[in-house]
Design a protein around this ligand. Structure first.
Ligand code: SF4
Ligand code: SF4
Length: 96
């Protein structure tokens, strides 16, 4: 085995190659923003598992949150949410 091989413990959480990379910052082209209804959310974290840009975070206090610097607005989180808690809202509806 190569000496450079790094063994990763089972079920380890490793730094995301996406949100650690400034080259992956979303510009001004996302036209739909994910918005979670915290009342509906069951905290199952399916959206966290499926986001291809690793920009869904979860905490006990805040529940689900989106890192909009990296969110591409693809809508996958919204599609996989089992209770339909994530809406896709046009960016033009927000002031910032
Ligand atoms: S819209 Fe896409 S990129 Fe943005 S949080 Fe959802 S799954 Fe991730
Ligand atoms: S998939 Fe839906 S219900 Fe599950 S944590 Fe995400 S927003 Fe909440």
């Amino acid at each position: 085995m190569s000496k450079n091989y790094k063994q990763v413990p089972f079920a380890a959480i490793v730094p995301s190659p996406t949100v650690a990379n400034e080259g992956m910052v979303t510009g001004n082209w996302r036209y739909l923003r994910p918005v979670v209804d915290k009342e509906q959310c069951t905290k199952c974290r399916t959206c966290w598992m499926f986001c291809p840009d690793a920009c869904v975070s979860y905490s006990k206090e805040e529940g689900v949150d989106f890192n909009l610097r990296f969110c591409k607005g693809c809508g996958l989180c919204s599609n996989v949410c089992p209770v339909g808690a994530i809406s896709r809202v046009p960016e033009l509806d927000f002031d910032e």
